[in-house]
Design a protein around this ligand. Structure first.
Ligand code: UT7
Length: 325
């Protein structure tokens, strides 16, 4: 048995609207709103970076769980925009939150599916031996993207979300998590520079390719709809539940049109899908835990509710979780 003991979320104060973007690149509020549903997003302050975000969300989740930092036995940080190249962000979180000398590691590179994948790892670790695992999804993505590329830059925002997973039901039981990968589609959403294949060097820095996110938007869109629907159907089947049993679906917040297409494919009513993409844009692996903690904070989830988390990300990865509140 693995359950969620506490939730936490964090977004920076600075708001950037679509109109703000239209002053920097050739875009309009109308284009961004109609294609994505995004109205504004949050941007990290100059003196903030990924570990700060992770610690804010993480400490809120610890407080919400009624635990102290000393009660945490393990940390997993899902991020594609780490504090530094090495060591991982989890190392900074371990010391800054005053945690014991526990295992702490990142799950990186899975894009926006990272948090739900990390939840899968955490619940398996808890089932193996009872412990409290802090799971964080965090991105300061606006610092690494190309601010001159209108096709990608306007989509993203910064944020963090976290949960504490423990060996009791507490606030919600993690009934099941499913996950999958189709690596043949790695090329549809990728940042190819900075690794061993194509390191940072004078050439890649001068060309600007180190910050260029290559994205086949329409193929990502199609795969996102297909895989988030498939993962949701699979996790429901594994838990012996049907779509009619679901009280709330919390999908990865990349694009309102993707969310609507998933909703229609699954046959779920509009009122049963949590959406905050208008306020934060796509916050990568922070998107699902941020929406989850916000939904809980707003009272959108009641005792007895079956809640589905579903996400997709670069890889191409997908994952879904069934939570019984
Ligand atoms: O976490 C994963 C992150 N990625 C995603 O989730 C992306 C999934 N895909 C999508 O959300 C959509 O494909 C987009 C929102 C990225 C694009 O919407 P679309 O309806 O697929 O538009 P498009 O790519 O077909 O582009 C249509 C036009 C193009 O101009 P032309 O070639 O028709 O003249 C683009 O150059 O829109 C142009 N365009 C823009 N125009 C104004 C692209 N970006 C912008 C922009 N403002 N920001």
């Amino acid at each position: 048995m693995a359950g969620i003991l506490g939730f936490g979320g964090y977004v920076p104060e600075r708001v950037m609207t679509n109109d703000d973007w239209s002053k920097l690149v050739d875009t309009t509020d109308e284009w961004i709103t109609s294609r994505t549903g995004i109205k504004e997003r949050r941007i990290a302050a100059e003196d903030e970076s990924t570990a700060d975000f992770a610690c804010h969300a993480g400490s809120r989740a610890i407080v919400d769980s009624g635990l102290t930092p000393g009660d945490i036995d393990e940390v997993i940080v899902a991020t594609d925009t780490p504090e530094v190249y090495t060591p991982d962000t989890a190392s900074f979180v371990q010391t800054r939150l005053g945690l014991r000398e526990i295992p702490a590691f990142d799950l990186g590179g899975s894009g926006c599916a990272g948090f739900v994948q990390a939840l899968d790892v955490a619940r398996a670790r808890v089932a193996l031996s009872p412990k409290n695992v802090l799971v964080i999804g965090v991105e300061v993505i606006t610092r690494l993207i190309d601010w001159e590329d209108r096709a990608t830059a306007v989509l993203f925002g910064d944020g963090a979300g976290a949960v504490v997973i423990g060996p009791e039901r507490a606030k919600a039981e993690v009934l099941d998590v499913v996950a999958g990968t189709d690596g043949s589609k790695a090329g549809i959403l990728t940042l190819t520079t900075g690794g061993t294949h194509r390191p940072f060097n004078a050439e890649t820095l001068a060309s600007g390719e180190y910050k260029t996110l290559t994205m086949n938007g329409q193929e990502v869109f199609r795969e996102a709809v297909r895989r988030m629907s498939q993962a949701t159907t699979e996790v429901l089947a594994n838990t012996g539940k049907s779509v009619d049993d679901v009280a709330l679906v919390i999908p990865h917040q990349a694009n309102k049109r993707i969310i609507d297409a998933v909703r229609k494919k699954l046959g779920v009513d509009d009122s049963k899908v949590y959406v905050n993409v208008h306020a934060y844009g796509n916050t990568g692996s922070a998107s699902v835990p941020l929406a989850l903690s916000e939904a809980v904070g707003q009272g959108a989830i009641s005792e007895g509710d079956l809640v589905i988390l579903t996400a997709f990300g670069a890889g191409f990865h997908w994952a879904a979780a069934a939570l019984q509140f």
